[in-house]
Design a protein around this ligand. Structure first.
Ligand code: IVH
Length: 690
């Protein structure tokens, strides 16, 4: 689908020009809404991503030129909310109840019997739906425009998470009036459904968190619930949440059946899970439940059972609810699949952050359609809690998580078995380096930065934009370097030769030279970046900057004892202990020595005191858009060398926003907060004056 810019057609008359722009904007919005629906709701796109981006960019451009034409329901306005300090509590229009659970077919038949008794023993039809494993949320539309999104909370009062919900691309920001009328819904509309994170998005998120040294989410449900309650909508937008609807809770009884509710929701443009079924009897329902027991593994998101609802809304009303749950619906929960098998051994795997995870090697056994030979034991404490010994018979379960876990030891089965205790190794099983378990932490970690298991990730971090900024060192090349053994330590990067690189697949002489030149350039990076690049746990960019300034050289930092480290601003006992043990590790010392010999910056540069202008000290800047004269890092350095600070997000604490071309939502946020906005010229001026 194309979009024809009509700007030039109406240059003669301002009013008609404006009108046509208005029209083009509306037209673009309609097209974008249509394609978002195809992509995010129906999972059946009609155009390619770049084509979609073209439409969106055109819309954003026109809206930037005509801010008076911006409407809150424009598809360009998904992320625009300010970071919040907390959420406002809102009462639900009607309680958001939960469901009673049943776990066996017999219990489900009992439910059916009770329903039929109450209905006068006639035939009762049901709708069976997947029980999506996320977090429930209500959304309210006023005259077709999304007005509010509220979490379940305690069922009576929830939290207003509208700004976050707007970032969910499968949730329509507006409903077409024509469709509403057709559905006999012209007043306010309240819909209920489930916020979800697909398995793939969940894995991606956890990978990112692991790389950033953040704790991982246990399962997609926790991740979805945590994400919808984040205070910063732009971060929520990155989480790729999804929203499936399953109820309409408007007052007027315009529908007669749940099946009709679901199809109407889909017609209105909401995402409705397609796997629901109208069932003539409880036998049909049971058949549906059985059919999904194994098939559920193939779904892109997790479910934890089947929701069975009486189809007739009149009968639903008649059955009513208890204080906690409706009598017209029930959740049939799948039992977590369990099996008993023997633990042959416990091995330890080393993750990317150096965390040591004990893994049970099992006598292979079939479980939920796959053969299981390993189960995670998480950490030392978990093994102690289970009381597990090598040789034990254990119960293994595959719940929502993909990796099976050991849930309990069958102690009755111990007699006559040869059992062996498992001890967490004191040395890394991969590299032999020292293993440390910090106080208050569950995980033991290998602290040798050269450990091959960690190496890959360490190199990625080292070469990262904010560290040594070696752009050409992408993921594929890093893998090649580690796999071929060309790089066994970060320091090896600086000893690579052209001939080493050209031996690698898809690497010509020219690319090899470019990469070597970039690596060479990175020798000049200042000390704070190098400290950050080393990947010492808990030492982020900011802490690295403070350490470089306070200690002035790598040597002084490496020699500092814990008490001394703690005198640095923002360095507490945990961070200090981490830095101390890093530099105590002989391999890390050796790494630093080699980097020194390779000519990297081991001393902090003298601050250009001349620039220390009292006006810039304590001033916070935020950069947005592209500047002509400076890269983002150069602009940052300029501000910092004059005593200012550069933040990533606009908040009340921001003093200036520097806006280049194609600025993002930060500019708008700055405007609403009344923060001073500097053009590139203004920004330059600032430095000439000082
Ligand atoms: S209907 C009166 N339908 O399960 C409650 N709920 O354990 C009616 N859920 O709070 C809820 N999939 O968050 C309904 N297809 C579905 C569902 C579903 C998941 C969740 C929902 C509810 C919880 C109850």
């Amino acid at each position: 689908m194309g979009c024809t810019p009509k700007l030039h057609l109406n240059m003669g008359s301002m009013t008609s020009g404006h009108k046509s722009i208005h029209q083009e904007i509306e037209n673009l919005r309609e097209q974008i809404r249509h394609h978002e629906h195809r992509y995010y709701v129906l999972d059946d796109p009609e155009i390619s991503d770049p084509e979609f981006d073209l439409l969106m960019n055109r819309l954003k451009k026109l809206e930037a030129q005509h801010p008076e034409l911006i409407t809150p329901d424009s598809p360009s306005r998904r992320v625009g909310g300010k970071p919040r300090e907390g959420f406002v509590q809102v009462a639900h229009s009607a309680p958001m109840m939960s469901l009673d659970n049943v776990y066996t077919e017999q219990e489900l038949r009992d439910f059916d019997r009770k329903v039929r008794e109450a209905a006068g023993n006639g035939k009762v039809g049901y709708v069976a739906e997947l029980k999506l494993d996320g977090m429930s949320m209500a959304v309210v539309y006023h005259r077709g425009a999304l007005q509010r999104a509220i979490t379940r909370g305690n069922g009576i009062v929830g939290e207003d998470v509208t700004e976050n919900a707007r970032t969910i691309r499968s949730l329509p920001l507006s409903l077409s009036p024509a469709r509403l009328t057709k559905a006999h819904l012209d007043g306010d509309l309240e819909v209920r459904g489930e916020v979800l994170l697909a398995k793939k998005a969940f894995d991606r998120l956890n990978d990112q968190r692991e790389r950033a040294g953040l704790p991982k989410f246990a399962n997609p449900r926790n991740a979805a619930a945590g994400s919808i309650r984040l205070l910063e909508p732009s971060i929520v937008a990155q989480r790729q949440l999804d929203y499936f609807c399953y109820l309409i809770t408007t007052g007027r009884p315009v529908f007669t059946e749940q099946a009709q509710v679901l199809s109407t929701l889909a017609d209105l443009g909401f995402k409705v899970n397609p796997h629901w079924k109208r069932c003539a009897s409880i036998e049909d329902v049971l058949e549906f439940c059985r059919s999904w027991e194994d098939r559920r593994e193939t779904l892109p998101y997790e479910i934890d059972g089947i929701v069975v609802k009486v189809n007739s809304l009149a009968l639903q009303a008649e059955l009513g609810s208890t204080a906690k749950a409706p009598r017209w619906a029930v959740a049939y929960k799948y039992a977590a699949r369990q099996v008993v098998t023997q633990v042959r051994d416990v091995v330890v795997s080393v993750g990317r952050t150096g965390a040591l995870t004990p893994v049970a090697i099992l006598e292979p056994v079939a479980l939920g359609g796959v053969t299981v030979g390993r189960a995670t034991l998480h950490n030392e404490d978990e093994i102690r809690r289970l009381g597990l010994k090598i040789g034990d018979m254990v119960v293994v379960e595959r719940g929502g998580e993909v990796i099976p876990k050991v849930v309990r030891v069958e102690t009755d089965e111990r007699q006559g078995r040869h059992l062996r205790e498992f001890d967490m190794p004191l040395k890394c099983p991969v590299c032999g380096g020292k293993v440390v378990r910090e106080e208050g932490e569950a995980a033991s970690r290998c602290i040798n930065i050269d450990c091959p298991a960690r190496l890959r990730e360490s190199i990625r971090h080292f070469a990262g934009r904010r560290a040594m900024a070696i752009d050409g060192l992408g993921d594929v090349l890093v893998d090649q370097l580690v796999e071929t053994g060309l790089v066994r330590s970060l320091a090896d990067l600086y000893e690579l030769r052209e001939d080493d690189l050209t031996k690698l697949a898809r690497m010509g002489r020219k690319s090899a030279q470019n990469i070597l030149a970039e690596i060479d350039q990175s020798r000049k990076r200042p000390l704070d970046r190098l400290i950050f690049a080393l990947g010492i746990r808990f030492v982020g960019e900011r802490t690295a900057g403070i350490l470089a300034e306070q200690f002035g050289s790598m040597d002084r930092l490496a020699e500092a004892v814990v008490e001394e480290l703690q005198t640095a601003a923002e360095v507490g006992p945990k961070v200090a202990a981490s830095i101390y043990s890093f530099f105590k590790e002989p391999r890390n010392r050796e790494l630093v020595e080699r980097l020194r010999r390779q000519g990297l910056q081991m001393k902090a540069q003298e601050k250009r005191v001349t620039h220390r202008d009292s006006r810039l000290v304590g001033q916070t800047f935020v950069l947005t858009g592209t500047l002509q004269k400076y890269s983002r890092d150069e602009a940052k350095e300029k501000i910092e060398s004059a005593g200012g600070h550069v933040a990533g997000l606009v908040s009340k604490k921001t003093n200036y926003v520097v806006a280049g071309s194609d600025p993002g939502s930060k500019l708008e946020k700055a405007r609403t907060l009344g923060i001073k906005i500097l053009s590139e010229e203004d920004f330059d001026e600032l430095f000439h004056e000082s």
